[in-house]
Design a protein around this ligand. Structure first.
Ligand code: 5GP
Ligand code: MN
Length: 339
């Protein structure tokens, strides 16, 4: 698979009169997914190209400040409109995912649509459903790719403060506030350039990380105090949450984000797992340190994937069964985790 030039992708879109452009991103979109989608939408608009953002599901309220977030079409809440948008589109940008299963049932419409699909993504092992590719698994985030797309096509003049704020946010969260190994000096240069558009980085950090509900903070305390299990032998920390607990703490979309990272903060722990009983599936988040491949674990045992050190997966089994499957699977990695 080879990448297409940013300017060629833009030229393809501009070759059509009033092109119908849809931008979509993964289920339960995080800050990188929403920041890249809305950042791209703002850029395209400034360039004279109208687009609609469609998300498979809702997204966290701490992202509702992003420009354009109120106009997002949520497939789950508006299936007909979202499906029609996909079926009638000339182009569909697919951001921050590379496998149609990541956009749930909306994937059917996107897969069936005759639109030219444009992949912009930084996850390993793309499925290859797209016609145009702008992919780099070395990129810190999809927001960084959108920034590169704008700069490489010589369109810096169409990047504005609102766009910069969206892109900065996704870079900030996907790098764990500039601390993970996916953050390079170039990532800092991009963040610096984005700051020069006059964004309020203090406010952005505050909105994303310091605006939790009281329930969310108490839930974190509860999860760490009551639900954290340390398997020293496997250098692994597991937190599991059942439906009752989600209800008890009035957990909303986005409220469990970041919880998995606490396990990795414990000395000697290399692998952290968060297991949550969602309505249809048991969802899992995997985080690792160093050379233990979290995405291989997700892929091999839980129908998942993601990045080397940050991945996810799911199971249709019960919560208890899934916890047991996780523990059984860990046995295969005893040596690797203790290397
Ligand atoms: P999170 O744990 O924050 O939901 O996801 C961590 C990373 O793994 C993200 O890059 C996300 O896109 C990816 N990911 C999460 N769940 C899945 C999944 O079920 N399948 C695949 N292929 N990737 C996932
Ligand atoms: Mn991302």
């Amino acid at each position: 698979m080879s990448n297409h030039q940013a300017s060629d992708i833009l030229r393809a879109i501009q070759s059509i009169n009033s092109p119908k452009v849809v931008i979509t991103t993964h289920h339960k979109p995080d800050a990188d997914a929403m920041g890249s989608s809305l950042g791209l939408q703002i850029f395209l608009k400034n360039h004279g190209i109208h687009s609609t953002v469609v998300t498979p599901t809702d997204f966290a309220s701490f992202l509702h400040w992003m420009k354009g977030s109120q106009e997002v079409v949520i497939f789950e809440e508006n299936e007909e409109v979202a499906t029609e948008l996909a079926m009638n589109a000339d182009f569909i940008f697919c951001l921050d995912f590379n496998d149609l299963s990541r956009i749930n049932e909306f994937g059917e419409a996107v897969g069936k649509s005759n639109a030219i699909k444009i992949l912009m993504d930084h996850h390993q092992f793309p499925q290859g459903f797209e016609q145009l590719t702008y992919w780099d698994d070395k990129a810190s985030s999809t927001c960084e790719l959108v920034y590169r797309f704008i700069v490489e096509s010589n369109n810096h003049q169409y990047l504005d403060k609102d766009c910069a704020a969206c892109l900065y946010t996704g870079i900030m969260t996907d790098t764990g506030s500039f601390r993970h190994s996916n953050c390079s000096s170039n990532t800092h240069r991009i963040a610096a350039d984005l700051m020069d558009y006059g964004i309020d980085h203090v406010a952005i950090h505050d909105l994303v990380f310091d605006s939790f509900t009281e329930d969310r903070v108490r839930f974190i305390g509860y999860a760490l105090n009551k639900k954290l299990e340390i398997l020293r032998e496997y250098k692994t920390a597991i937190i599991s949450i059942n439906r009752e607990e989600l209800k008890q703490f009035k957990i909303q979309t986005g409220d469990t984000e970041g919880l998995v990272n606490y396990g990795l903060g414990i000395e000697g722990i290399k692998f952290a797992i968060l297991i949550i009983d969602r309505t249809k599936l048991v969802k899992m988040s995997f985080r690792s340190k160093g050379d233990f491949a979290a995405n291989a674990f997700a892929r091999n045992h839980f129908n998942g994937g993601g990045h080397f050190n940050a991945a996810g997966g799911s199971s249709t089994a019960s919560l208890e069964e899934t916890i047991q499957q996780v523990k059984d699977s860990l046995k295969l990695y005893l040596k690797e985790l203790n290397a």
